[in-house]
Write a protein that binds this ligand. Structure first.
Ligand code: NAD
Ligand code: UD1
Length: 370
């Protein structure tokens, strides 16, 4: 056996794929997860997809006794447990801050008492806010923001005084620009882990994940990632609802590529005490995603472009992954076409409760869509 790994949030989407990756490579895995009802449904039972070799400890990252117990005999910790919805974070501020920020603080205090050989924390591209932009002459713009008046007039693109700016790949050294409670909490998690790791000699790596897709993403959670939301709509014969004009760009990476990147971050000392973008290095518009997903699911349903803006959202962001390529030897392997085909195959047997309308009303009633 190579070593024993604890994954907080290990029953979730990324955590369960990471568990498979680690078990396939000879590691023993324990998961600490509270089986949050928003992700796992009200009956909160061990998910069928979770590898049978995973030792699941049902418990909360905010509970120091549960965390202390989960750390017994552990060599490496992946800290993935979090609440993950950007929109929802703008009104469940206390819950997001408790689970994401306080949960990390509890884990770190227990790690001081029970140090491990390595800590890897799931950070997010959301900490950048807007990605990096450049003007026609190639001059970079690193702290762009759109103003609400422009958004109300459907002027979606980023501009300076003279012209529209073009998005370019975002490297790790772009200054953070936090535009949601969720993003703030991810930055807090990242910094807390790196800072505490350094002080107590626990080699630590923060991985800034871009938009991840694949099987096992919680379909009935209306605050989950966009592809799972679109899949849930399509399974219920409804049109995906697109914010803005659908031409916003993101970097979609398959969850199995992410799981491999996580393992490399654990195994390679070149990853220690550093941050890495984990994305595909490619860019897709949200409307293209909706259309391609409908096509692979064989649904003749056009997306509905709402022209609405979700407070906290950004226009474009996609990854510069040269640092992960160089220091982690990481190369994404699954292209979007194959990844969507695999997703569609899994979706055929899934039932999704479409809670998107309910979530839209929740956001709109709080003035969180414009
Ligand atoms: P997920 O919701 O599928 O998994 C999160 C897991 O954490 C769930 O199983 C949930 O039950 C558990 N959890 C929630 N609160 C908990 C608590 N208080 N105590 C213990 N467990 C708790 O989400 P995911 O997409 O797998 O996200 C995993 C991590 O990756 C998160 O930290 C998220 O911020 C980060 N991330 C995800 C993406 C993405 O595109 N999915 C991108 C960037 C970062
Ligand atoms: C997602 C993750 C977040 C992660 C971040 C990193 C979830 C819930 N959120 O946030 O944890 O840190 O990626 O990249 O997994 N959109 C629509 N219609 C919808 C839903 C979304 O048009 O019904 C659009 C949004 O406006 C946005 C894009 O799709 O432009 C992506 O949205 P979303 O999947 O929520 O991702 P992020 O906010 O990027």
């Amino acid at each position: 056996m190579k070593g024993k790994v604890l994954i907080t949030g290990g029953a979730g989407f990324i955590g369960s794929h990471l568990a498979d990756e680690l078990i396939d490579n000879g590691y023993t895995v324990r998961a600490l997860d509270n089986l949050s009802p928003q992700v796992h449904g009200r009956q909160a039972k061990r998910p069928d997809y979770l590898n049978s070799q995973v030792e699941l400890q049902i418990g909360d990252v905010r509970d120091e006794n549960a965390v202390s117990q989960a750390l017994e005999g552990i060599d490496t910790v992946f800290h993935l447990a979090a609440m993950v919805g950007v929109g929802q974070s703008m009104y469940q501020i206390k819950d997001y801050t408790e689970v994401n920020n306080l949960g990390t603080a509890v884990l770190l205090e227990q790690l001081i008492k029970n140090p491990v050989k390595k800590l890897v924390v799931a950070s997010s591209m959301s900490i950048y806010g807007e990605g990096l932009y450049a003007d026609k002459e190639g001059k970079p713009y690193s702290s762009c923001q759109r103003n609400i008046e422009d958004l109300k007039n459907d002027n979606w693109e980023m501009q300076n005084e003279n012209s529209i700016l073009s998005p370019v790949p975002t490297p790790e050294n772009k200054k953070p620009n936090l535009s949601s409670v969720y993003a703030l909490s991810k930055y807090d998690q990242e910094r807390l882990c790196l800072m505490t790791g350094k002080a107590y000699n626990i080699p630590t790596t923060a991985l800034r994940f871009f938009n991840i897709y694949g099987t096992r993403q919680a379909l009935s959670n209306p605050y989950t990632g966009v592809l799972a939301i679109f899949a849930s709509r399509l399974l219920n014969e409804r049109a995906p609802m697109i914010f803005e004009d659908g031409l916003q760009k993101r970097d979609f990476i398959h969850v199995k590529d992410v799981a491999r990147a996580c393992r490399y971050a654990m195994e390679k000392s070149t990853a220690n005490n550093d941050v890495f973008n984990i994305g595909s290095g490619r860019q897709y518009t949200v409307i293209e995603l909706a259309e391609r997903l409908a096509a692979v699911m064989k649904k003749h349903i056009q997306p509905e472009v709402t022209g609405k803006y979700r407070i906290g959202d950004i226009r474009h962001c996609f990854a510069d992954i040269s640092k992960a390529r160089e220091l982690l030897d990481f190369e994404p392997k699954i292209d979007l076409e194959d990844g969507l085909a695999e997703l569609a195959d899994w979706l055929k047997d899934q039932i999704a409760i479409d809670n998107v309308n309910k979530a839209s009303v929740e956001l709109a009633s709080r003035g969180l869509t414009v």
